[in-house]
Design a protein around this ligand. Structure first.
Ligand SMILES: C[S@@+](CC[C@H](N)C(=O)[O-])C[C@H]1O[C@@H](n2cnc3c(N)ncnc32)[C@H](O)[C@@H]1O
Length: 204
């Protein structure tokens, strides 16, 4: 099994790139692994604002972002008033984790696999999570893999569920089969492609 978290020494130092630089890195990663990236370009500020609004409307506590990429949603959450100290962002690609560290000082950046969430997060974060935001493309994953991520989130943030943004018109997850309720809470045409924000919560 791979280590849950890539050691800092394995991540090269990276200066904070420009917006064009971040988009280029994103596109390069999409060419390398389109299924893992799920998008050619980073999310738009409009989608980020919708996610930030949903986070603000949610409970207090730490905010965990899964699949932070080059930080489009991270940036929107910071601009939307979420304090950097509340944010822990997780990204599997070391180059992107390095960009996140250079670009968003004060935000905790973990380079690792979101499916290993309980091992990735320290005990001090595990007990105080308000909201989990998932940007990892889930729709095409096998049901068992979807279920494993739902369980990993439940293990660190019991009862909280998660927000998930997607280009799907209908729910990207078979909510009931995964023991979840699901509701589309926002949509924006100002994203490529147009995107929705879903809120999933464990069924009582
Ligand atoms: C659709 S992109 C979203 C990026 C960014 N949040 C945005 O909205 O522009 C999905 C991101 O999830 C990351 N990712 C995919 N699988 C992952 C995993 N198992 N653990 C952590 N991150 C993962 C990808 O590397 C990619 O950066």
């Amino acid at each position: 099994m791979p280590p849950a978290r890539v050691h800092d020494a394995e991540i090269s130092d990276h200066a904070a790139p420009s917006a064009a630089g971040r988009t280029w890195v994103f596109f390069r990663r999409w060419l390398a692994n389109p299924l893992e990236m799920g998008s050619i370009v980073p999310s738009s500020p409009a989608l980020g604002r919708r996610v930030a609004a949903a986070v603000r409307a949610g409970p207090a506590g730490a905010v965990i972002e899964l699949g932070a990429g080059t930080g489009a949603i991270t940036r929107a959450m910071l601009e939307g008033g979420i304090a950097p100290a509340r944010l822990t962002v997780i990204e599997i690609v070391p180059e992107m984790a390095s960009i996140l560290r250079a670009t968003y000082p004060g935000v905790t950046v973990l380079c690792g696999d979101a499916w290993q969430l309980p091992a990735l997060l320290g005990a001090e974060t595990r007990g105080r999570i308000g909201t989990v935001v998932c940007g990892i493309p889930l729709v095409l994953l096998p049901r068992a893999r979807q279920r494993a991520l739902v369980e990993a989130i439940e293990a660190v943030a019991p009862g909280r569920g998660f927000l998930h943004y997607t280009y799907c018109i209908t729910s990207p997850l078979p909510a009931r089969r995964l023991g979840l309720s699901g509701a589309r809470i926002a949509w924006t045409p100002a994203n490529f492609p147009p995107a929705s924000v879903w809120r999933y919560a464990p069924l009582a």
